[in-house]
Write a protein that binds this ligand. Sequence first.
Ligand code: GUN
Length: 298
Amino acid sequence: MTARIIDGKAIAAAVRAHVADEVARVQRAHAMTPGLAVVLVGSDPASEVYVRSKHKLTQAAGMASFEHVLPSDVGQDELLALIGRLNRDPLVHGILVQLPLPKSLDTESIINAIDPAKDVDGLHPNNAGRLAAGLPALSPCTPLGCIILTKSVHASLQGMNAIVIGRSNLVGRPLVQLLLNENATVTIAHSRSRDLAQLCARADLVYAAVGKPEMVRGDWIKPGATVIDVGINRLSGTDGKTRLVGDVAFQEASGVAGAITPVPGGVGQMTVACLLVNTLRAACAIHGLPPPEVQPLW
Ligand code: GUN
């Protein structure tokens, strides 16, 4: 069997186009332009690429984009002062502090300083707690993207067996909560789990988010399962070139799975698309407007 390839690039483009339509509608009806502020500390090359892409795609969706680049030796107080200004800025509806931060900074207290209403990363404990309690919340973008991709294959996830491999605050934990909200049965696995292959074998939905290149093998996958690969790992080849691989051994798994996301071209682009969704949602909520029509996307 050869799995259907889930085209994350095309689905992300459709989400962005839908957000752009909604932004235009909100602008016409309420003369309000959603605004996103992205804060980058230091010059990590991968983070620079992400931030540039966020800036470009935010503007392409008709939103205002504010970029703040700070040196890697910026003090904690200076960064907190910037977040305070962004919290008070009426043109800013979403704030994202690009992670990872330099080790000299205390990530937890920086995230805690973001106004939860503007926390489009869904990382503030208010949003994480609300999500875990099944209440409306801004939820992290990559897990939201994973749900949208899954729903491009399955209209309903009710009663399906899902396994989430990885328990990070950015992906694994919130993904578990979103899957529970969809009435899936969820197994949470991680680097210390025993018999991962056997746990995977029962799953209709496999989410790999561990950051270990090609760790999930083809013979772990139940025939016909849907596989969502969140990993983005850069491997150096013998030819000196680097290539991107996921957390799933794609060639093996695509011979067994029913549907699978490639790397690149799968989950990657969904993160920024969902960031735009969250910024639009936050802007409407802050202005007391009805929620935007984004739910039909998934
Ligand atoms: N670094 C990698 N992914 C993300 C993300 O989704 N949000 C933030 N803030 N930083 C990241």
